[in-house]
Design a protein around this ligand. Sequence first.
Ligand SMILES: [Fe+2]
Ligand SMILES: [Fe+2]
Length: 263
Amino acid sequence: MTVDLSTAIRDALLTGDKRSKVMRTRKLVRDWRHGNLPTGFSAAMPDRPEWPVDLQVLPPSQMPKRGKGGSQRNRVALWHSLAHIEFVAIDLALDIVGRFGAQMDHAFITDFLDVAADEAMHFALIERHLGTIGAAYGDLPVHEGLWQAAGDTAHNLAARLAIVPMVLEARGLDVTPATLERVRSQGDGRGAKILQRILDDEIRHVAAGSRHFAKICTKNGQNPQNHWKNLVKTHFRGALKPPFNDSARLAAGLSRESYAALV
Ligand SMILES: [Fe+2]
Ligand SMILES: [Fe+2]
């Protein structure tokens, strides 16, 4: 089998160990940027990525409820859930390139490999922070809701972009400022710094999603706002919930009239 971008991506997706997934992701992005990994799509993407073998994965409805106070238990639960979001985000970014890169341009591949590298960094930062409060990724159960969004949109790039960056990652823009405030009020300055960095990066991720979504719509003669609304109605279970972070969403290329119409 020829080694190309898709085979390296497939390898990283099928790596369950948390540190190895981070390292493989960073290496493949670096190799591709330096021209050491040919842009090819010979490998098919797996239906499911590998996660750590001992990770307990529950349906979203069975996840224990998480308190918001500053107790050790609540803090671990918060940072653990953030670690899981970033861990799955690595797979989501890798998968979108490996699965859809062949039908898209160079900018698409660059943008989403940058996202994959960012997510690997976010996970590493959060994992290190979890360590400073005496915990590690894998200590608590996680849910598979985020990856389900990938499965539901595995055959349609426009739908994938409409849901993953433009609904789920955009939701992160809405909720992160309140989390950041809470973490800061608990005297966790380092945690607050990590969340600020993630928030800044995530604006770029949502922007990449909405930019490539608009490009696809333009090519197909579709109105991006209407098409996005239709795809969200078809592929997203649940409603869009205010309050919205309008300024961050605007910076990411999402217009208020499109998402406000879906509340
Ligand atoms: Fe992230
Ligand atoms: Fe992201």
